[in-house]
Design a protein. Structure first.
Length: 146
């Protein structure tokens, strides 16, 4: 089972805690980078920490959450080697893994979801990269910044 790194700002704290509890119940190996309360913090710190951990452990995945999911996804994507996808549906989570080999999922704690957020996370964790030539080429282009 892959290691999962998770992090959130105050806007994503409650959703992060729900995701964490769900994954712990399923006995996933999780490392939580915080935050640990609703007190205001800066999301770039948490996106960066999760991104760096995922890149350092290539067989791992990350989950980041802020109010909208946008800011923390931008922060995570600043880390070379991170392919973070903002997902509010099972379909997007699945496609992000199949086509882009996304290694981090971003979600918004204060946004609407098309599907249950825990089902979205599970789809992200269960889906594998398809590895077709065209997807490999595009993944390499993303990883080199082309």
């Amino acid at each position: 089972m892959k290691k999962i790194y998770i992090g959130a700002d105050h806007g994503g704290f409650e959703l992060k805690e729900a995701i964490k509890a769900y994954l712990e119940e399923l006995e996933y190996d999780i490392e939580d980078f915080g935050t640990d309360s609703l007190e205001s913090v800066d999301y770039p710190e948490y996106g960066k920490k999760v991104g760096e951990a995922v890149v350092a452990n290539q067989d791992s995945l990350g989950i980041v959450v802020c109010g909208s999911g946008i800011g923390i996804s931008i922060a995570a994507n600043k880390v070379t080697g991170v392919r973070c996808a903002l997902c509010n549906s099972i379909e997007l989570a699945t496609l992000s893994r199949e086509h882009n080999d996304a290694n981090v999922i971003a979600m918004g704690g204060r946004t609407a979801f098309m599907d249950d957020p825990l089902d979205i996370v599970q789809a992200f964790l269960d889906t594998e990269f398809l590895g077709k030539d065209r997807y490999i080429k595009r993944k390499e282009m993303l990883d080199c910044g082309c």
